[in-house]
Design a protein around this ligand. Structure first.
Ligand SMILES: Cc1ncc(COP(=O)(O)O)c(C=O)c1O
Length: 361
């Protein structure tokens, strides 16, 4: 009888899964905030506040799922160095889990990543490694992992499959449960951005699985490849350009972006994302990140269309992360001017919409 054993000790794995589960057990779900719109519109807008996760963004869910996926696949075990390509937020969350498990963590990020994110990664004992051109992130992370015998987490490939899309407290299940007692419990639209595309994939699949009528809109910033890839149906579509809205927008269509579950894509200018983030911060009472502004710009446009069509209903979008990470960029007038952006135009569009329900000029 030919036999071949590759069994490895399970003690570390057992304990690692327990530690992650215990962390989940100690954590509360994120709030679904009501965004104030004129009551007579009959349309409600909700913000799922993912900035209240312990590591400050929606990437906390992803990092937890990616670690569990890596551990349960046998890819991550005692002593494994974990390497990730990230525009920052995922690395902040992964550094937290790596520290919890006693693993070394290396983040490969674009050189322009905000100092606040770098500080958060380093505070968790993570190391930061920079590339000059964002598209180099992937190959550089894979190379570093290979060289140290570590594991390249690769959120861009694995985000869509590491999350349990049928439920298990994923973001989609949480949204629908929290909406249950609202006037319009099944949203007309859910609006998200795409960095990996994983959040959109989870929500789009869940909508179908639960047979909801909700449609999924994905908002995409300037220079991002997702919109062009969706429009042309070409998964190989590339812009090769970085996005100024950190966390979303990619130079290539990421493997975790599942365009088939997306009902509509909306292009959002960067100045509009930033104007919307600033305005939402004033309403919510604290700063929100740029990708939240992108989400809101898309949500406002959809609500204006619902109003024009005489429809009532609800729209849900996300606060992806807080705005303090972007104090030196989106909230700094000198940085905005240096980028050649003028926020006055989009700010006026938002103001008019909130006062009249009418979108654009
Ligand atoms: C701040 C921020 N917003 C939105 C997203 C988009 O999420 P996803 O990667 O699930 O598409 C990300 C992550 O990529 C992010 O970091």
């Amino acid at each position: 009888m030919r036999q071949c054993d590759r069994s490895t000790p399970r003690d570390w794995v057992d304990n690692a899964v327990r530690l992650i589960d215990a962390d989940t057990q100690r954590s509360a779900d994120t709030h679904l905030l009501r965004y104030p719109l004129p009551v007579d519109w009959g349309i409600q807008l909700y913000l799922k506040d993912e900035s209240t996760h312990i590591t400050g963004s929606l990437k906390h869910r992803l990092a937890r799922s990616l670690f569990l996926y890596g551990i349960c696949n046998g890819w991550i075990t005692e002593g494994t160095t974990v390497v990730e390509a990230s525009s920052g937020s995922t690395a902040v969350s992964e550094a937290y889990f790596a520290k919890m498990l006693g693993l070394d963590f290396v983040a490969v990020m674009p050189a322009g990543t905000s100092p606040q994110k770098i500080a958060l990664i380093e505070a968790q004992g993570g190391r930061c490694h920079f590339v000059q051109r964002p598209p180099e992130m992937y190959t550089e992370a894979a190379r570093l992992a290979r060289e140290c015998g570590g594991h390249y987490m690769d959120q861009f490939t694995h985000a869509e499959r590491a999350t349990d899309w049928r439920g298990n407290n994923n973001i989609a299940e949480s949204i629908f449960e929290q909406m249950a007692l609202e006037t319009h419990p099944v949203p007309e639209w859910i609006v998200v951005g795409a960095g990996t595309g994983g959040t959109g994939a989870t929500i789009g699949r869940y909508i179908r699985y639960r047979r909801h009528a909700t449609r999924l809109a994905v908002v995409d910033p300037e220079n991002s490849a997702f919109f062009g890839g969706y429009e042309t149906g070409d998964p190989g579509y590339q812009t090769g350009m970085p996005s100024r809205i950190e966390g979303i927008g990619r130079p290539r269509v990421e493997p975790s972006f599942i365009g088939q579950v997306v009902d509509r894509m909306i292009e959002v200018p960067d100045a509009a994302s930033i104007a919307a983030a600033r305005q939402a911060g004033r309403v919510v009472g604290r700063r929100v990140g740029g990708s939240t502004g992108t989400n809101l710009w898309g949500a406002y446009g959809l609500i204006a269309q619902m109003l024009a069509a005489g429809r009532r209903g609800s729209v849900v979008t996300l606060i992806c992360d807080g705005g303090d990470r972007y104090a030196g960029t989106y909230f700094d007038d000198a940085w905005v001017a240096g980028q050649g952006m003028d926020l006055a135009g989009p700010a006026a569009v938002i103001e008019k919409f909130l006062a009249t329900g009418i979108w654009g000029g």
